[in-house]
Every structure is written in C-alpha cells, then in structure tokens.
Design a binder for this molecule. Structure first.
Ligand code: CTP
Ligand code: ZN
Length: 151
C-alpha cells in the first residue's frame, strides 16, 4: 500500500467502486441514481494515480450496498471497474461487472420522433444488441445507439 492510495480513507461498511475510467465518476454516480441528497456519506476521488491504469476515479458510498442489477449498469461507462463490498473494514466481495441485457427508464432516446419523446407517458427501454463496443437498440423506434449517444 503506497502513501498515495491512503489519500482516500478506508471505510468501515459500504460499497467502493474502484478502477473507474479517470474523469467518469460523476457519470457513474448519475447512472447509479446517487445524488448525495439522500444524506449518505460519499467520497469521490477523481484522477488519482493507479498502478494498473495510470489514473482512475474511485467512489465510496458508506453504509450502502447496491444490488448487482444497479451496479451492472455502470459497465456501459466504465467496463473494467470493480465493485467492492466492505464489511467491518474487510473486502468481503469483489463483484465483476456484467453488461445488462436491457436498460429500462434510464436513458432518453436521442430520436426526437421516438414515441418515448412524445406526450405519451412511455418508459424508455433499450436492448443490448452488441457487447464490444456496447450498442443499444430502442425498443420503440428501433434505432441503434452507442452508449455515449444515450448516456
Ligand atoms: N477499501 C476501502 N475500505 C476498506 C477496504 C478497502 O475503501 N475498508 C478500498 C481500497 O482502498 C480499494 C478498494 O476498496 O480502493 C479495494 O480494496 P482491496 O481489494 O484491498 O485493494 P486492491 O487489492 O488494490 O484491489 P484490486 O485488486 O481490485 O486492485
Ligand atoms: Zn427510440
């Protein structure tokens, strides 16, 4: 453990999302639906030195355990992040990310003529049609988008 890694304190209980692509932490928080207004203690470190990737972002959310269903969504933004579950200061689980097959109600369809952008109260839904790079197909208008187009 180097001095640099100790810049960010260890937590007692909660979730640590590590090895996030440098600069993407705020996008990750938004896709997780974590805004900070819930009152949770959240530490966000951006562009910190990393042995594996040069620079990385880290997010620590105390006293919160996110479901795999939720954490898997961030693989669209940062496929190589690690989700660490911490209990009493120990890493008890290291969760690999798996790209979900569908994304419901999370993104807006970029097609202005899509029915999900009309006055109809229809929840958006995208299917994963390809993994590397990830491509998403709108269930309603059928158009296919890269992840950066919908995020
Ligand atoms: N961590 C933490 N609080 C703890 C334990 C770990 O905040 N009580 C953080 C560490 O700082 C690190 C991440 O959780 O960012 C994973 O911890 P660990 O598995 O100990 O680190 P590494 O071995 O470096 O992880 P990896 O192999 O995934 O790089
Ligand atoms: Zn659409």
């Amino acid at each position: 453990m180097t001095e640099k890694e100790l810049l960010v304190q260890k937590i007692r209980n909660g979730t640590v999302i590590d090895h996030i692509v440098a600069g993407k932490a705020l996008q990750v928080l938004s896709i997780l639906g974590v805004s900070g207004s819930e009152g949770k203690t959240i530490t966000v470190a951006m562009n910190v030195p990393s042995r594996k990737y040069g620079r990385k972002d880290i997010i620590k959310i105390e006293n919160t355990y996110l479901s795999s269903e939720i954490t898997n969504k961030i693989s669209l933004i940062t496929p190589h992040a690690t989700v660490n579950i911490i209990k009493e200061y120990e890493v008890i689980e290291k969760r690999p990310l798996e790209l979900p097959e569908e994304f419901i109600g999370l993104f807006k369809c970029p097609n202005p003529n899509c029915i999900t952008n009309s006055d109809e109260p229809i929840e958006t839904k995208f299917y994963l049609t390809s993994k590397d790079p990830p491509l998403l197909r709108c269930r309603y208008c059928g158009r296919i988008y890269s992840s950066s187009e919908v995020i």
